[in-house]
Design a protein around this ligand. Structure first.
Ligand SMILES: [Zn+2]
Length: 257
């Protein structure tokens, strides 16, 4: 029987029962268990983990555990540089794209508004989300830790907050999104690309009040809807500005590069 000692750091403790939080504890391991097997068996989705040390040396998810091993498990670091150490995931995803689970529609809309390609449908099953994440290189957003434990989900974000704006702020901070935000480039309805369109091209279909008041329009290549900067747009803009303002040095949310 192999018994290893585990210690989880920072917010990873949220996944543990109270008696195991912020302290070392021993756990029996299955035969030929890897660090990944054990971390997930103890309740922590591997997507939440950024660094694993075994006996003080960085280790991958495939490291087999031996009797007496001491395993330290860390989330994404905010404050100190760990570049000399091996992170368990060597390749970050090149483009930041998401697939949100069926409970995160509000978050999905805010991410689209901020310019991130985000798939969402309240009929998605877990299998579909896993497939989309794997095939299209998308980060899974969910409050379901079992979904993040699936084998082919390599990049995911367990969303802790319950309310939409707080969720948006959390994901923005954790994934450091401010620099790559491109507000109002994706359709809130279908995630298609938005492009400016001349008023003359859409005028005929507009309600009279909109035709009188607005001059700037965009259209979606996916669903062909036409958008203008009405009260809904303004409200969303305030939400977005409020979140982005919290990230100093981010360029204030403007596309600055
Ligand atoms: Zn659309």
């Amino acid at each position: 029987m192999v018994t290893a000692t585990f210690r989880f750091y920072a917010e990873l403790n949220d996944f543990l029962p109270p008696a195991r939080r912020t302290r070392e504890f021993a756990s029996p391991c299955a035969r030929a268990a890897t660090t990944k097997h054990m971390i997930e068996a103890l309740g922590v989705p591997h997507t939440e983990v950024d660094l694993v040390l075994v006996n003080g040396a960085s280790a991958g998810f495939d490291r087999l555990l031996d009797d007496g091993d001491r395993v330290a498990v860390y989330p994404k670091f905010e404050a100190f540089d760990i570049t000399p150490l091996l992170r368990v995931r060597e390749k970050p995803l090149r483009d930041t794209r998401f697939v949100a689970d069926a409970h995160l529609g509000g978050l999905a809309h805010l991410l689209r508004m901020a310019g991130f390609d985000t798939l969402y449908d309240n009929h998605y099953h877990d299998d579909e989300i896993e497939r989309l994440a794997h095939q299209e290189g998308r980060i899974v957003l969910t409050r379901d830790r079992d979904l993040l434990k699936r084998r082919s989900v390599t990049h995911g974000c367990y969303v802790r907050a319950l309310h939409t704006e707080a969720q948006f702020r959390e994901v923005f901070e954790r994934l450091d999104l401010a620099r790559s935000a491109r507000p109002f480039t994706h359709c809130l309805s279908c995630n298609g690309r938005l492009r400016p369109i001349a008023k003359a091209d859409v005028e005929a279909g507009l309600p009279p009040r909109v035709r009188e008041r607005y001059e700037r329009f965009t259209t979606c290549d996916g669903c062909h809807r036409v958008f203008w900067e009405g009260t809904h747009w303004q409200r969303m803009r305030r939400v977005l500005d409020g979140v982005m303002a919290g990230f100093s040095g981010s360029g204030g949310g403007e596309a600055d590069d």
